[in-house]
Design a protein around this ligand. Structure first.
Ligand code: PMP
Length: 354
């Protein structure tokens, strides 16, 4: 039975990527050896790392603009502290839009003063704060472009004279942005890029070298840049699979092409949520995420029936995060419009049954 995978991450990846990645595990480039049993210093793997790094800059339109792409480890959670370790000298600004920014704030407080420039905590993060004033004199301003748990997404970004740092874990490569407005972008691979195990960090090199503290090697962005993202053994399988997904994205026309499909998927689902009286959207309409749509049943009593119908239709991963409850449909790049169509059909069938 065909599955429709709406999981929030790890999540659906393109079928052809999974096939190529499994082939490489058995026989990498016709070498008779597995991708995961050869040296990371071999010519073939070094070429993979170089290709993955350059595809990132090409797709984000950041080539020749002073940026470096790194594939690190420790998840996006490690970046919560690495960002502060490398950039926070005195005071940083954070926009608090949910669980992940909250965690980033907690780590940053270990290194200096944190100003919460805006927050949507008062409404359990169902909106993106607006109308806040960004103070001057910040070492950087940090935000989370897409809030995976609550289903909100920045449509407009703040202007500031400080370096702009963005956690794009759950919407990188999903929509066209002027990425050169950001000085540091990070994203765990396991949504729009590949398996868990590597974290993409894209840095404008000129923002580094400004803090006075000593930075341990593994946490030092400059060192990872100098070593071309190969300071220690990189997570070879995660990097290779990410490279395949980036190739897939490039071949289908890049971010602009996928954005068009992502818009269609989101419109299809949100119009069902709005028209169908059985369901209620969670996030403020203007701030809705095109990646993660959060919604609830108007009547909890319908849950067992709806869950059984989802199962019957082969729909996986629709349960909301425990802090929000209800449902969350994650519609990452590799999820097809057809899968969203299947979900919408189940939702309208639910209305007929209710
Ligand atoms: N930031 C965001 C926006 C996320 O969605 C997640 C994970 N879902 C994280 C950070 C944490 O990522 P990791 O598990 O890779 O540390």
């Amino acid at each position: 039975m065909q599955k429709h995978n709406f999981s929030a991450g790890p999540c659906v990846l393109p079928r052809e990527v999974l096939l190529k990645a499994s082939e490489a595990v058995m026989d990498f480039n016709g070498s008779g050896l597995s991708l995961i049993e050869i040296s990371h210093r071999s010519k073939d793997f070094v070429a993979v790392m170089e290709r993955a790094r350059s595809l990132v800059l090409e797709l984000l339109n950041l080539e020749g603009k002073g940026y470096q792409a790194l594939f690190l480890q420790g998840g996006a959670s490690m970046e919560f502290l690495m960002v502060a370790y490398n950039l926070l000298e005195t005071k940083a600004g954070y926009l608090n839009t949910g669980t992940w920014s909250d965690k980033a704030i907690k780590e940053a407080k270990l290194f200096g003063e944190v100003v919460e420039v805006g927050s949507s905590k008062d409404e359990n993060f169902n909106y993106i704060p607006k109308g806040y004033a960004v103070p001057s004199g910040l070492d950087y301003l940090h935000l989370t472009s897409n809030n995976t748990i609550f289903g909100t997404q920045f449509k407009k970004f703040p202007t500031t004279d400080a370096p702009l740092v963005c956690d794009m874990s759950s919407d990188i490569f999903s929509r066209v942005l002027d990425f050169s407005k950001f000085d540091l972008i990070y994203a765990g691979a396991q949504k729009n890029m590949g398996p868990a195990g590597t974290t993409l960090v894209v840095i404008k090199e000129e923002i580094l070298g400004k803090v006075s503290r000593k930075i341990p090697s593994m946490l030092n962005y400059q060192l990872h840049i100098d070593k071309e993202s190969m300071y220690n053994t990189p997570p070879v399988f995660a990097v290779y699979t990410s490279m395949l997904t980036l190739e897939w994205l490039k071949n289908m026309g890049g971010i602009a092409a996928i954005e068009e499909i992502n818009e269609k998927k989101a419109q299809l689902l949100y119009s069902e949520i709005d028209l169908n009286p059985v369901f209620e959207g969670y996030a403020n309409k203007n701030d809705r995420s095109n990646m993660n749509a959060t919604f609830n049943l108007a009547e909890e009593g319908l849950k067992d029936t709806f869950d059984a119908m989802l199962k019957e239709a082969g729909i996986n991963g629709l349960n909301g995060h425990r802090s929000v409850g209800g449902y969350r449909a994650s519609m990452y790049n590799a999820l097809s419009l057809e899968s969203v169509g299947v979900l919408v059909d189940v939702m309208s069938e639910m209305e007929r049954k209710a």
